[in-house]
Design a protein. Structure first.
Length: 567
């Protein structure tokens, strides 16, 4: 009865200043839909997250706006499809591949952190960012979290990648290795040509130019060839606000420091209101796990990493309880995209499990790459131990938080997320979402239509990716990597959630009607898209030495300032 009265108050009168909740956002990296006990896993132990689900709402149709982290997180922060902000690639990589690139979440985008900051919230991001850093110099910080509404930042501005673990250098595939050798050979050929020209007198070149070209070639080979593992000095960095604290990061200490920072922020800001976004490095490869959890699970290193993540979540929730903030904290847990099913360490699986859903991380619009576990708890306001099977999105957090904080959303742009507070409280039965658009980079691959009046959840594929013989797909969205089915593939996800049996005009009388309705929705959606600078273009996503954050003398960047900081 208490939660019903509170719900009616919020829905009819809005939130006054004293009722604004604290906000705790917990986001895992590459966690599979089926990796948690509360989502069906019976072999990996996740008691803390399972308890969170019992105390709140479990979202079974929670959808990411992309199947990779950079665009998915951009959509989460802004409530907008990444194509609207230029965070969807038209060619090449769909994520920021290096820290020293000029692309990033545009300064004119308004994140939920900025909205809440303007409402008097103390805001912090602890953990992974991966939304860019600099534009024109190594210290302009145009894409830094502080420019997007976070008053405090501690973590890595890039991502946890293979080379961050000492002795475990990134393992390039054949194409990547060939590319690096090609660049090295071309540079060496240039140096040799300059040298021969000078010696034979064919043309005059100053010795210092030859020396500089030689130095650049050597440095390129030493620092960029993946098998050497020295990239960690440039990409694996820990920041506190604008200051580098570790370069390279000590990966063995990252989890404990992120946990310590999160708890410290809660203790410092217990008077509220605050927004704390804990962007976990778990369970992204290389799945580095501390000794306390290594070898403890039944699923190798990946299972160990999931169980360590659950332990961290438990500690953060315990800090909320210790400060008496449980009932006035809106707590959200999710993953940025589906599990990385293609990840291997020699012959063992090193990625997640997406349950019954097809595909995984990076695989366009396949359900396994975009359907993620979602949990929301707010005692006394949102009923406990509830399951919502309605379509929801990571983008919904944006308008939902704006409503709770009493903020006004930007009126000069399209917001794709929906305020779901009424759905969470049980005041309405259906989600506001009717159509959801699933992109691979900047290319529309699939669309889902929630036809509420018929109780149907249709999904049409205009583009599907080619599977390799080993069952993998890879990251590409280019034409040589995809198939254009004619007619498009149609599924009813409520009857066929694994997307195994495509419908046909013979098996589904509404086949053509559904396709026509979805095509009209696509046309309407595309009319709302406007040209924007492409943040993941080749020029914006190529390494630039003048943008490289460096603690020391470039290119030999190294420092350890963690021991000097007292939290």
């Amino acid at each position: 009865m208490v939660w019903l009265v509170s719900s009616l108050f919020i829905l009819t009168c809005g939130l006054n200043m004293s009722r604004r909740p604290n906000v705790l956002l917990l986001m895992a990296d590459d966690l599979g839909y089926g990796d948690l006990g509360c989502f069906g896993n019976d072999t990996i132990r996740t008691p803390n997250i399972d308890q969170l689900a019992k105390e709140g709402v479990k979202l079974t149709q929670h959808i990411a706006a992309a199947s990779l982290c950079t665009p998915s997180r951009a959509a989460f922060l802004t409530g907008r499809y990444p194509i609207r902000s230029g965070m969807a690639s038209k060619a090449g990589s769909r994520v920021f591949t290096r820290l020293a690139v000029s692309g990033g979440l545009p300064p004119n985008e308004t994140t939920f952190a900025k909205l809440l900051q303007q409402q008097g919230y103390t805001t912090a991001l602890i953990g992974k960012w991966h939304q860019g850093m600099n534009c024109e110099s190594r210290n302009d910080y145009c894409h830094h979290p502080s420019k997007h509404g976070f008053s405090y930042f501690y973590g890595t501005p890039h991502s946890l990648v293979e080379e961050c673990e000492p002795g475990k250098a990134f393992k390039p595939n054949a194409a990547q290795e060939a590319k690096y050798w090609f660049y090295t050979e071309m540079a060496a050929l240039l140096v040799l040509s300059l040298l021969l020209g000078r010696i034979t007198g064919l043309f005059f070149v100053k010795w210092r130019i030859i020396a500089f070209a030689t130095l650049c070639t050597v440095l390129f080979f030493i620092f960029w060839f993946p098998k050497h593992g020295l990239l960690r000095y440039w990409n694996c960095i820990m920041f506190r606000d604008h200051n580098i604290t570790e370069q390279p990061m000590k990966i063995e200490n990252a989890a404990s420091r992120i946990l310590k920072e999160a708890i410290s922020f809660i203790e410092r800001n217990k008077q509220g209101p605050f927004l704390l976004f804990v962007s976990l490095l778990h369970v992204h490869t290389p799945c580095f796990t501390t000794e306390m959890f290594r070898g403890k699970s039944r699923h190798g290193l990946y299972g160990d990493n999931v169980e360590e993540m659950d332990w961290m979540v438990g500690k953060i929730l315990a800090a909320i309880d210790k400060e008496g903030l449980r009932n006035n904290t809106f707590t959200y847990f999710a993953s940025d995209n589906g599990g990385y099913v293609e990840s291997r360490d020699d012959n063992s699986q090193l990625g997640g499990w997406n349950g019954i859903y097809k595909g995984g991380k990076a695989m366009g619009g396949l359900e396994g790459g975009i359907r993620v576990p979602g949990i929301i708890r707010w005692p006394g306001i949102i009923p406990a131990n509830t399951v919502i099977d309605e379509p929801t999105s990571l983008m919904d957090i944006y308008p939902t938080l704006a409503h709770l904080a009493g903020a006004t959303m930007p009126q000069d742009r399209v917001i794709d997320g929906k305020n779901q507070i009424a759905l969470l409280q049980g005041a309405v039965q259906h989600s506001e979402h009717e159509f959801m658009f699933h992109y691979c980079g900047a290319f529309l691959h699939a669309v889902r239509w929630y036809q509420k009046e018929r109780g149907a959840l249709w999904k049409v594929y205009y583009v599907t990716q080619k599977f390799h013989q080993d069952g993998s797909i890879g990251y590409a969205c280019s034409e040589d990597k995809v198939i254009y089915p004619n007619p498009p593939l149609l599924f009813d996800l409520l009857r066929d959630p694994s997307e195994v049996n495509p419908l046909s005009p013979n098996s589904e009388p509404l086949f053509h009607t559904v396709l026509q309705r979805i095509e009209r929705a696509v046309e309407d959606h595309q009319k709302t898209l406007t040209p924007v600078p492409q943040q993941l273009s080749l020029d914006n996503n190529i390494w630039k030495h003048w943008l490289q954050p460096c603690c020391g003398t470039f290119p030999f960047c190294w420092c350890d300032k963690e021991s000097d900081h007292k939290s």
